[in-house]
Design a protein around this ligand. Structure first.
Ligand SMILES: [Zn+2]
Length: 129
C-alpha cells in the first residue's frame, strides 16, 4: 500500500477546519454557558475531528479511488445465458477500468453462475470487476 503522508496530513488539517462548526454545536446542545463553547468543547471537537480524520481517510480513499466502484453492469430479465443457454435474469459487465463494452452490437448476458465465472476470468486479466 502506498501512503502519501503529505495528503494524509492535509486531510487531517481539513477535518480540523470543521472544528469551529462542531464546537459551538456541541456547546449549544449541552447547554454550555457560552454559545462559543467551553475549552472542553473545543478540545473534544478537535480530538473528535482528529479521530474522524484518521478513520475516514481510508474510507474516503476507497470511495474516491476504487476502480471496482466504477464498473457498470447491465441486467436483463429473461435473458439467454451466452455460456449455458439457461433463461433467467442475465448480467453483463458493460464498462470497467480498461474494459468498455457499452456500445457492443450483440451484448452477451450470462446467468448468475456463469457471470461470476466470467468476472473471475476478467479479474485474472487485470480488469477491476
Ligand atoms: Zn449460464
Amino acid at each position: 500500500m502506498n501512503i502519501n503522508f503529505k495528503r494524509y496530513f492535509l486531510y487531517l488539517v481539513r477535518w480540523q477546519l470543521s472544528t469551529p462548526i462542531l464546537a459551538p454545536v456541541v456547546a449549544y446542545f449541552k447547554h454550555s454557558p457560552s454559545i462559543f463553547g467551553t475549552t472542553e468543547d473545543w478540545i473534544g471537537s478537535t480530538v473528535a475531528n482528529l479521530i474522524g480524520g484518521l478513520i475516514f481517510f481510508w474510507v474516503d480513499k476507497f470511495i474516491f479511488t476504487s476502480k471496482t466502484l466504477d464498473s457498470q453492469w447491465e441486467v436483463l430479465e429473461n435473458a439467454t445465458c451466452a455460456d449455458c443457454d439457461k433463461v433467467s435474469r442475465g448480467y453483463r459487465l458493460a464498462k470497467a477500468d480498461n474494459y468498455d463494452r457499452l456500445n457492443t452490437k450483440t451484448p452477451e448476458f450470462r446467468c448468475e453462475d456463469c457471470s461470476q465465472q466470467k468476472a473471475t476470468e476478467l479479474r485474472k486479466q487485470g480488469i477491476s470487476v
